[in-house]
Design a protein around this ligand. Structure first.
Ligand SMILES: NC(=O)c1ccc[n+]([C@@H]2O[C@H](COP(=O)([O-])OP(=O)(O)OC[C@H]3O[C@@H](n4cnc5c(N)ncnc54)[C@H](O)[C@@H]3O)[C@@H](O)[C@H]2O)c1
Length: 326
């Protein structure tokens, strides 16, 4: 698992191990945390170092790669497309080349709903046109476009999971989200409830019921379960494909803030800010395909549960994994 010491990867690693799989994490710890590996084997390395990736594949005897390693900030990708293409595209191509050389032929890719760009219809199906509006989404789509070529030439089958907004934390409280800086709305709202800076609402005049953007928040343990099922699918000989991973339930920024206020029992300081370029008003998934093929149904789909689980983690670990100031 590249990037397995990160937020989603660490939850997927925990779920895979619970399902009886042997997991080896490969992470440069640029954004991940050693502690998040929960004792799984962790090889410290960069996906840009193809020889090291080959060595890791050989030494671990890996039969599949789950590829979480990437950078994921939309505004940073606009400022630094060179870095984003290098890490997200070149790094991934190197990983795939290493897999081809080592005979590893199953690949699971952390894609994103950002590949769709501005939606022309909702809910978004996998057949929706792909037209990313930022460099981050383009890097993910570039990888998706390359994968059929790697399958034809090297026999690498792949599942592309297009995550909507990953959120929440391990219900056992062992791991959770710890990004610095934090870019996601639920932990930001929780930070604000804990006395941190006010959360910024980027526009309240969208054509939505309360004027704020609607998004599809998916519990990170449900996402983890989607990876366990995707692995089973390819292991059983299933075909490659792209799948949305979302709950089909849109929630607004104001819904999130209200849920955080209920879960924490505290007020969330908020500030209205201008709209951000490239923020669609409404993004939510149709999950029909993943339900049909992988039998995946989210167990913790409601916002209340997602926020309560996130709050349990952040209140127990206000400084995240490391004991650093926020
Ligand atoms: N968080 C979301 O809501 C979301 C939504 C859609 C897609 N995704 C995708 O899911 C994946 C995981 O996201 P996350 O939220 O867990 O992010 P994260 O930053 O917590 O995890 C990414 C991990 O990859 C590692 N990494 C980054 N570059 C690396 C490199 N060159 N070599 C080795 N390791 C490297 C980081 O150290 C980190 O542990 C990413 O590919 C992201 O694009 C995330």
């Amino acid at each position: 698992m590249t990037g397995g010491a990160g937020y989603i990867g660490s939850h997927a690693a925990k779920a895979l191990r619970a399902a009886g799989h042997r997991v080896v994490i490969y992470d440069n710890l640029s954004a991940g945390h050693r502690e998040a590996a929960l004792g799984a084997t962790l090889i410290e390395g960069d996906i840009g170092d193809m020889a090291a990736v080959r060595r890791a594949l050989r030494d671990s005897g890996a039969s599949a790669v789950m590829h979480f390693a990437a950078w994921l900030s939309v505004p940073d990708s606009v400022r630094d497309p060179a870095g984003y293409y290098r890490n997200n595209v070149t790094g991934t191509m190197g990983t795939l080349e290493a897999m081809a050389a080592e005979g590893c032929r199953q690949f699971f890719f952390s894609s994103t709903c950002a590949v769709y760009g501005e939606p022309v219809e909702t809910p978004i199906r996998e057949t929706h046109p792909t037209a990313p509006v930022n460099a981050y989404g383009q890097t993910k789509l570039a990888v998706e476009h390359a994968l059929p070529h790697f399958e034809r030439a090297y026999g690498i089958r792949s599942i592309r999971l297009r995550y909507f907004n990953a959120a929440g934390a391990d219900p056992d409280g062992e791991i959770g989200e710890d990004h610095a800086p934090e870019i996601h709305v639920i932990p930001r709202a929780i930070e604000a409830a804990m006395g941190g800076p006010p959360i910024q609402i980027f526009g309240d005049d969208y054509p939505t019921p309360d004027g704020t953007c609607l998004r599809d928040y998916i519990h990170v343990t449900d996402l983890a379960d989607a990876h366990v099922r995707a692995l089973g699918w390819l292991q059983r000989g299933g075909a490659s494909g792209s799948y949305n991973a979302g709950t089909e339930r849109p929630s607004s920024v104001k819904d999130v803030i209200a849920a955080v206020e209920r879960a924490t029992g505290r007020a969330v300081a908020q500030q209205l800010a201008p709209r951000r370029a490239g923020d669609p008003a409404i993004l939510y998934a149709s999950a029909e395909r993943i339900r049909r093929d992988l039998g995946w149904v989210p167990e913790r789909p409601d916002l209340e549960t997602i926020v309560t689980d996130a709050w349990r983690w952040h209140s127990a670990r206000p400084h995240g994994f490391a004991n650093r100031p926020r």
